[in-house]
Design a protein around this ligand. Structure first.
Ligand code: ZN
Length: 167
């Protein structure tokens, strides 16, 4: 169980990063993607970001556009749109990265482990049988940016296809 919940502990790093330039889940502009912000997808209701401090390769963050802290603040349509986004992102990870399983979840409040407690967000963490070795790989700090951008490029077409499909 310790290993299972480790992804959420990574959030303290996320919180520090967000303080540098406003809310992490509200990248400036209206573009449907932004490689610098690791924004893979944005529509009128939700954003999907690649976690800059991933627990495993392809660790995604899904958040509503609105700056709200708790899922109870979303109306039923917003909740449905968020769950639909989580489902679609899960499918994209399955198709592109072929994980053996995934962790999907969220932390509500700092005491529960939320690094950014004031903007609701879900984590999707792809898991592989041998992914306990992943943090060792990331310990080589030089490999992180290239690794992230390679994953970004791999996932972006599938997310952009979602926008085409909804038009
Ligand atoms: Zn926000």
């Amino acid at each position: 169980m310790k290993t299972l919940w480790a992804p959420w502990r990574m959030e303290h790093v996320l919180g520090k990063a967000a303080k540098i330039s406003g809310c992490l889940f509200e990248p400036p502009g209206k573009a449907s993607f932004d490689k610098d912000a690791l924004l893979l997808y944005r529509d009128t209701q939700n954003v999907v970001l690649l976690n800059r401090f991933p627990y495993t390769n392809g660790h995604l963050l899904i958040a509503p556009i609105d700056h709200i802290a708790c899922i109870t603040e979303l109306d039923p349509l917003g909740q449905a749109a968020l769950m639909d986004m989580i489902s679609k992102a899960t499918q994209i990870l399955r198709d592109n990265l072929k994980p053996d399983g995934l962790n999907v979840g969220c932390n509500l409040g700092k005491v529960a482990g939320a690094g950014i407690a004031d903007h609701l967000h879900f984590h999707i963490v792809p898991r592989w049988e041998d992914d306990h070795n992943f943090m060792t790989v990331l310990a080589d700090i030089r490999s992180i940016p290239e690794h992230l951008l390679t994953t970004f490029d791999k996932l972006l077409p599938s997310f952009q296809q979602l926008l085409v499909n909804t038009k």
